[in-house]
Structure formats: structure tokens, C-alpha cells
Design a protein around this ligand. Structure first.
Ligand code: OGA
Ligand code: NI
Length: 365
């Protein structure tokens, strides 16, 4: 994202005041703001940098997981469809994934409930500390002068598929535990299907353990009085491997396709999958990580839950780069190897300004 380093207001003061209130963007809305604070105003040229496609919303490839299990009747067909969607779209929707509709709805409702708790009940979880497994905050910009977005988030991290349930706020504990159990099953099946779609043995990605932890962003996008001036999330690509998203019925997610923003509309019961930069690197540019953003809206709040797959502790300790089996004379490695810590540090130091880390790791820039 392009930042504004010369903003004409006291950015530091506004950030400090917003942060010290510990009530997030929702707190501003509760206080009845009619104009959004300057901290949240994004440069219009950044918002309008790409045109929004006219007409109908995009129809993502639909991956139907019926019969996709190992030995299932549709396994080959599904692998082929996923490979095509992964290479041509980087985004797809998944149906018949085995997660009951009630579980998805209950998860979204419980996240709304959490965010709508009285301020004093959430305050103790408010932090930006990286090491905290469960925290809620808003989205303070990392670089001076940069704008903030119109959203708050509860972040829940499962390491090696595990988190002590007592760490999760009681407002959404039961629902989160239930939802994550299903997420892990879907992730394992996806890992097999992606492996096969890359021409690798089906347990390849699972054995690598590069998706064996989850960072779950439980997002709350409050109604915004001036939605055209700000964003729910700026243009970005996801940093990790796979993102599995559920959202309520309000919409607002857009993906960049052929240099135009297209709406990714909510489909009840469907999961939206997209790859992060690490999957593009791992697959040596076979699978694509596509940029997307979230609009602010007059209507709200909008709730979504994005589950990002991240490496296990063991995988994080090893060098990472394009899968060796995918490197040939015709298709040499596009990226160098690196350590995850270096990678995440890169994002941290670059903050919201970084568009992606690809160029940093690319060989023959
Ligand atoms: C994200 C993201 C989309 C959404 O959290 O990275 O792109 O619809 N979320 O909330
Ligand atoms: Ni994203």
C-alpha cells in the first residue's frame, strides 16, 4: 500500500488517542461519529488505482468435494479442477466440505458476540504483542503517516493444531473449538489435493507440515458513515499458505482480476479459499497468490473469519523455498530458500506498505 508520509494532521497524536481508548473502530461507531477521523482516510488515488469491474460479481471456480476423499469416485476430477483453479485464479469456492452450515453460522455469530461485549470485558485482551496467542485489537498502521482501516479483529493462534481452550474468550470458545476441528480436516484434504495437483505424492504437503498451525482472524467491519473514504482492508496478498474464509451475507470482499476489482460475493455454506504468497513460492509460481481487499460499507457490521495456514514449529525451523521436485532445467527455481522467521520479520519491518515479499526472495530480479 502506498503511504502518505506528509499528512496534514498530527498522526502520532491521533494514533495514540485511538490506541489508548482500547475500544477499536467499533468504539468510534458507538460514540456516534458522523465523519471518520483523519487517521482512517485513505488517499483517493490509492482507493481508485484500479477500476471496479461493471456488472455481475465474479463467479469463482466451484470445487465440490463430494467424492474427493482418498479413493473417492471424483478424486481425479477434483484434483484436476483444483489444479486449474489454483493456476488460473488463486481463489475458489469450496462446497460439500463437510462443515455443517450451523457450525459456520454459530462461529460467525459468536465472533459478533465477542466484538459486541461491553468494552471493559474485552479490554484485557487488547494488545498488538506478536507473541500473544489470543488478542484483539484494531489495526494500527506500522508506518508513520499511513492510514488505518475500518475494522477490528480478534486473532486466535493454534500452534501445531493446538491451543489451550481456556485462552479463547468464553463468548466464542465452544464455537471456535468446533469450527477449528473441521478446519483441520478440510486443510488435510486440501493438502492432499494440492500435492496431487502439483504432481507430487498425496502426503507430500502434509509431511512438510507447512500448514499445520492456524492463525485465525475473526474480523468485525463496523458500519461506516463515510465508506468511500476508507477501506475495511487495503489491497494485499495473504502472506501464508492457504486462507479459508467464511463471511456473513453483507459482502465487500473484492479480488484483483485482470487489473480490475471484482466482487467476491458471499455464497451461503461455501468456503472461500485463496493462496498466500508462501504457496506461490513453494509451488515455484505454479499456484498463484492473488491480491484482494475489503470495502467499507454503510451497512454493518460485517463479520468474516479468515483461517490462515502457517507452518508447524518443526517446519518453521528448516529452510523453506520452492519444492525441489518441481525444479527442472526448463523451470528453474524462481525463489531462493529462506527461513520463515526472516520472512515474517520482513513483513513486520515493512508493515502495511509492503505489497508482497516476492521480489525480496526472487532469483534474477
Ligand atoms: C484477510 C482478508 C477478507 C475478508 O484477512 O486477509 O483478506 O473478507 N479478509 O474479511
Ligand atoms: Ni487477505
Amino acid at each position: 500500500m502506498v503511504g502518505v508520509s506528509n499528512v496534514d494532521f498530527d498522526w502520532v497524536k491521533e494514533v495514540k488517542e485511538f490506541d489508548e481508548r482500547k475500544t477499536g473502530v467499533k468504539g468510534l461507531v458507538d460514540a456516534g461519529v458522523k465523519e471518520i477521523p483523519r487517521l482512517f482516510v485513505h488517499p483517493q488515488e490509492v482507493i481508485d488505482r484500479y477500476p471496479t469491474a461493471k456488472g455481475a460479481a465474479v463467479e469463482l471456480p466451484v470445487i465440490d468435494l463430494t467424492g474427493a476423499e482418498s479413493g473417492g469416485a471424483r478424486r481425479g476430477e477434483v484434483v484436476e479442477a483444483i489444479g486449474k483453479a489454483a493456476r488460473e485464479w488463486g481463489f475458489f469456492s469450496i462446497i460439500n466440505h463437510g462443515i455443517p452450515l450451523e457450525t459456520m453460522k454459530a462461529m460467525l455469530e459468536s465472533i459478533k458476540r465477542f466484538h459486541e461485549l461491553p468494552d471493559e470485558e474485552k479490554e484485557s485482551l487488547y494488545t498488538y504483542e506478536r507473541s500473544k496467542l489470543v488478542k484483539w485489537n484494531s489495526n494500527l498502521p506500522a508506518q508513520k503517516g499511513d492510514p488505518a482501516c475500518w475494522r477490528d479483529v480478534l486473532n486466535v493462534v493454534y500452534t501445531n493444531d493446538h491451543l489451550d481452550p481456556n485462552e479463547i474468550p468464553s463468548a466464542c470458545r465452544k464455537e471456535t473449538e468446533e469450527y477449528v476441528k473441521y478446519m483441520i480436516d478440510v486443510r488435510e484434504l486440501m493438502a492432499e489435493l494440492f500435492s496431487e495437483a502439483l504432481g507430487l505424492p498425496s502426503d507430500y504437503l502434509s509431511k512438510m507440515e507447512c500448514m499445520k498451525s492456524q492463525s485465525i482472524s475473526c474480523l468485525y467491519y463496523p458500519a461506516c458513515p463515510e465508506p468511500h473514504k476508507t477501506l475495511g482492508a487495503p489491497k494485499h496478498s495473504d502472506t501464508t499458505f492457504l486462507t479459508l474464509l467464511i463471511q456473513d451475507t453483507l459482502g465487500g470482499l473484492q479480488m484483483l482480476r485482470d487489473n480490475q476489482w471484482v466482487d467476491v460475493p458471499p455464497v451461503p455454506g461455501a468456503l472461500i479459499a485463496n493462496f498466500g504468497d508462501l504457496m506461490q513460492i513453494l509451488s515455484n509460481d505454479e499456484f498463484i497468490s492473488v491480491e484482494h481487499r475489503v470495502l467499507s460499507q454503510l451497512a454493518g457490521p460485517r463479520i468474516s473469519v479468515a483461517t490462515f495456514s502457517t507452518p508447524s514449529i518443526r517446519a518453521a525451523g528448516k529452510p523453506f523455498g520452492p519444492i525441489k521436485e518441481l525444479i527442472t532445467k526448463e523451470k528453474p527455481a524462481v525463489y531462493r530458500d529462506f527461513m520463515f522467521e526472516e520472512y515474517f520479520q520482513y513483513y513486520k519491518t515493512k508493515g502495511a506498505r509492503v505489497e508482497s515479499a516476492f521480489d525480496y526472495y526472487r532469483i534474477n530480479k
